[in-house]
Write a protein that binds this ligand. Structure first.
Ligand code: SF4
Length: 422
């Protein structure tokens, strides 16, 4: 196979260029809680590096499981009684990495949290928000998402790795369309709802002729994307957003998704956070049932919480969430979905789930009301990373959410105000 990285330019957001694993200082190390599969090469390399030392050999025997079932990978890493990889040392570092360096690691470990996409003319590297250090550098730091040229060799251990976006007409225009959608979402001030609505509007206008099966979408593409600069369109969208009737469907679906995590994984880190939030609402006298709050009550609670959080945070929370949208748009090619509108709508629905998690969290609320900026940032970081690990970067879960959104009729611009206004 051709060495794609050596022959095409590479670019990456600043946060991933500057990323360094913080090891012992990490509040949720990635050496636990994930299923790490090994291919035949990973297995052989790890076995070879660990065969000389008795301690390494013992850990290899205990911590690496051979698999032989149909469709299974050749091997995977087992977790120990701590719920961590056997090679994870209590001091907070990976023993294999510490003793033998990155080249001895299984490639899934060596690349995490980097995400690699190969477009026809460029390779892009970004970072998974399941790593709290990525959350900090991407969402909390101004300019963290700024794209910069990079050398692939600095960022990617295995130059063959990465997801190819393909050469279809849909994939060819991914980068300019994505740039316009991101450009519609401001990262300063209180314009997040309007920005998301504008991005959804642009994507909805594009979708009839720019989609997975399209042939040549030009010249309509440029005309529509330019509409985001038209003051008359902006005014119409602002008005449409302001007068849209209350629609709780998206919020209720986001709540159902969070409560599904609580019910299916009650002991998991995210499950316990969700349970505590809904219990706190019940303790405060809200009419919470097993299925959570009814639509109107949920909307009211969320708006009231947002106002309280904002008193302590000004517009910073919206800025962080807008950066989350930019991170998501860059990290996940929308071409994995049938059209860009469905991608923006699904992103807005996921953001609704994240907003519920963040605004209803009693720990974040208490920190915001106490004006403790450091504690708010720390809690926000944990919530985003936990949400990413169990929901937001979980393709099976996202597929379920997508199907539910289709069934609820949410893949429709009329449903967007209900997702972005709360
Ligand atoms: S989650 Fe990120 S910072 Fe934490 S141990 Fe893993 S790579 Fe390092």
């Amino acid at each position: 196979m051709a060495d794609h990285s050596a022959t095409t330019p590479c670019r990456a957001p600043r946060y991933i260029r500057e990323f360094r694993c913080i090891g012992p200082d990490c509040e949720m190390p990635c050496c636990g809680g994930f299923d790490i599969n090994l291919d035949a090469r990973d297995y052989a390399v790890l076995q070879d590096f660990t065969r000389r030392d008795p301690g390494d050999r013992r850990l290899f025997s205990a911590g690496v499981e051979r698999l032989s079932g149909e469709g299974e990978p050749p091997a995977r890493l087992r977790l120990d009684e701590r719920g961590m990889c056997h090679f994870y040392e209590d001091e907070g570092w990976c023993r294999v990495h510490r003793r033998h360096g990155e080249r001895a690691l299984p490639r899934n470990c060596a690349h995490y949290p980097r995400v690699i996409h190969r477009h026809p003319a460029t390779t892009e590297v970004s970072g998974a928000l399941s790593c709290p250090e990525v959350v900090r550098r991407s969402l909390l730091v101004e300019g963290g998402n700024r794209l910069e040229p990079a050398r692939a060799e600095e960022l990617i251990f295995d130059l063959e790795r990465g997801h190819h976006t393909g050469r279809s007409a849909y994939a060819r225009y991914l980068i300019p369309v994505r740039a316009a959608l991101a450009d519609a979402i401001p990262t300063e001030g209180h314009g997040l709802a309007e920005g998301l609505f504008t991005a959804a509007y642009l994507a909805a206008r594009l979708a009839p002729f720019y989609h997975a099966d399209c042939s040549e979408p030009e010249p309509m593409l440029g005309n529509i994307l330019e509409r985001r600069h038209d003051p008359a369109v902006a005014e119409t969208l602002r008005h449409r957003l302001a007068i849209a009737e209350e629609d709780h469907r998206g919020l209720l679906l986001a709540q159902a998704a969070l409560l599904l995590v609580r019910d299916q994984a009650p002991e998991s880190p995210l499950g316990t956070i969700i349970a505590a939030s809904w219990e706190a609402m019940a303790a405060a006298g809200e009419p919470v049932t097993e299925r959570g709050l009814e639509g109107e009550a949920l909307t009211t609670v969320l708006r009231e919480r947002r106002a309280r959080v904002r008193q302590g945070l000004d517009e910073r929370l919206d800025t962080w969430l807008a950066r989350w949208c930019h991170n998501t748009l860059f990290r996940e090619p929308f071409t994995t979905l049938p059209d860009p509108f469905r991608a923006v709508q699904l992103m807005a629905l996921r953001l609704t789930g994240l907003r519920l998690l963040v605004h209803l969290d009693p720990i974040l609320l208490a920190a915001a009301e106490a004006g403790d900026e450091e504690a708010v940032a720390a809690r926000f970081t944990i919530l985003v990373a936990r949400f990413a690990r169990q929901v937001d970067h979980n393709n099976d879960f996202l597929y379920l959410l997508y199907q539910a959104a289709e069934a609820e009729g949410l893949m429709n611009l009329d449903a967007t105000p209900g997702l972005v206004r709360t």
